[in-house]
Write a protein that binds this ligand. Structure first.
Ligand SMILES: [Zn+2]
Length: 190
């Protein structure tokens, strides 16, 4: 029963509404500071061990807000996309997990694509900076393809769980129209 000099415990908390899966790492080595970073579709939060529960929850809530706000900023990186996808999957797509979610500059026609054999999803960089509900809708569509490969009734039932599907479709139809008219610069030509 001797006390080791440093102990480290890991707790997992499943994703909830608007919050990704958390991995809480408590370490006696940490004194005060807490930090969080996105990794493999979840937020890893490093905490000092032995904090009062209320103080710990306050720290966690603050870090989650900080990191998710950053992920919602205009330029999401691939890791940010993966975290967003994981949270959406837990809420709407039976918790399915893609291997990777990446931006692609080589998608001139479609806004998203899914290789269900490899478990990978690509999102067109033409959507970079689009409203969150639009990117989320495309992510839900591609995540649903990891479960249902075609656009049949089972697929439609999954994507219909996402509440902003119709609004996102309207946005994408308008975007497509503008692109066809040459109203917008072509971001794929970099
Ligand atoms: Zn599709």
């Amino acid at each position: 029963m001797g006390r080791s000099r440093a102990t480290r415990t890991v707790e997992r908390r499943p994703a909830t509404d608007g919050r990704p899966e958390l991995e809480l790492v408590r370490s006696t080595r940490r004194r005060r500071s807490a930090s969080a970073q996105a990794r493999d579709g979840r937020l890893v939060v490093q905490l000092p061990a032995g904090l009062p529960a209320a103080e710990e929850e306050r720290l966690i809530a603050g870090l989650v807000t900080k990191v998710t706000d950053r992920l919602r900023s205009k330029v999401l990186d691939d890791e940010g996309l993966l975290v967003r996808a994981a949270a959406l999957a837990d809420r709407y797509v039976d918790g399915v997990r893609p291997v990777s979610v990446t931006w692609s500059s080589r998608m001139a026609k479609r806004y998203g694509s899914c290789s269900y054999a490899a478990g990978t999803i690509r999102i067109s960089n033409r959507l970079a900076g689009a409203p969150d509900y639009v990117i989320d809708s495309v992510l839900v569509h591609e995540l649903a393809h990891l479960v249902e490969h075609d656009h049949g009734p089972a697929f439609k039932r999954i994507v219909a769980r996402y509440p902003h599907e119709e609004r996102a479709r309207a946005f994408l139809a308008g975007l497509e129209f503008a692109e066809q008219r040459g109203v917008l610069p072509d971001p794929a030509s970099d």
